[in-house]
Write a protein that binds this ligand. Structure first.
Ligand SMILES: Nc1ncnc2c1ncn2[C@@H]1O[C@H](COP(=O)(O)OP(=O)(O)OP(=O)(O)O)[C@@H](O)[C@H]1O
Length: 261
């Protein structure tokens, strides 16, 4: 196994609040890892620190590019995306007035190598790129069962489908690593079962490394190979689903909520 993402002693402070405190973790290439913890534990803050959305106050983050581990510190979200890291958000952030296809194509723009002049003059090289992007879009739409709704305005689609489109859009950026922030939030049991299948496919079929924040414990326990647990900004445990379910510190953190699948 090779390490794809390495997080060393990351902290994030908001005013006087240490939302994330001295977190170190690693993600191996091809793994499906979950990050869990009670409400307000700092999970989204950590995702934001790792993806340049709201940089860490302290610590370092490195991502593998070829044989090298490259620092993500001070990188802007678009630079992080270009390096091969995609993410979805807890609250859906699609272009709601655009079609599904247009949402995916907007996510692909950094794949275009041709410049502005080539694009406005519609030079042959640009037309070739555009044809390739259309082909990629069709492939992703088909693989994520979205072909039937490709030309529908996303605002008019059910919530579960919008969540799937968010994942499709993240896939369209051609990432190596994908962060999913509470993808099952607000889904009914049937949608959640479909989602679990899709997340597994991201790993097995699309060859992606997946890091998942999720409150649905049965989803986490059935999908994750390894789990990190945050409480009050600190990592309190790391292990396999079975180890986590029997970890006293984790059971205490969830007391009343239940960590069992
Ligand atoms: N921009 C911000 N400014 C100040 N405090 C913040 C900010 N963002 C988050 N926090 C605080 O940081 C702590 C961690 O929040 P965060 O959203 O990361 O937790 P979480 O584990 O993702 O929670 P949930 O599971 O409820 O989504 C909380 O106390 C929250 O109020």
């Amino acid at each position: 196994m090779t390490t794809l993402l390495k997080v060393d002693h990351v902290s994030k402070i908001f005013g006087g609040l240490k939302a994330v405190e001295d977190v170190s973790m690693h993600v191996e290439t091809g793994e499906l890892v979950a990050l869990i913890g009670p409400n307000g534990a700092g999970k989204t803050t950590l995702f934001n620190a790792l993806t340049g959305v709201s940089p860490a106050t302290e610590g370092t983050v490195a991502f593998r590019v070829g044989d090298e581990m490259v620092s993500l510190d001070k990188k802007k979200p678009y630079q992080v995306a270009k390096m091969g890291i995609a993410r979805t958000f807890q609250n859906i952030r699609l272009f709601h007035q655009l079609s599904v296809r247009e949402n995916l194509q907007a996510a692909m723009t950094h794949r275009y190598k041709e410049g502005f002049v080539s694009s406005i003059l519609r030079l042959p090289a640009f037309a070739k790129q555009e044809a390739l992007a259309n082909k990629w879009t069709d492939e992703i739409l088909a693989k994520l069962d979205l072909t039937d709704v490709a030309d529908v305005i996303t605002a008019n689609l059910p919530y579960g489908t919008q969540r799937r489109i968010e994942i499709a859009r993240a896939v369209a950026t051609d990432p190596q690593l994908i962060f999913l922030d509470e993808p099952a939030a607000g889904m009914n049991p049937e949608e959640t079962a479909d989602l679990a299948h899709l997340i597994k496919r991201l790993q097995t079929e699309f060859g992606l490394t997946v890091v998942l924040i999720e409150h649905d414990m049965s989803l986490v326990m059935s999908l994750a190979e390894r789990i990190y647990v945050l409480e009050h900004g600190k990592l309190i445990a790391e292990g396999t689903p079975s180890e986590i379910q029997h970890n006293d510190a984790v059971i205490n953190a969830y007391l009343g909520g239940g960590v069992h699948a």
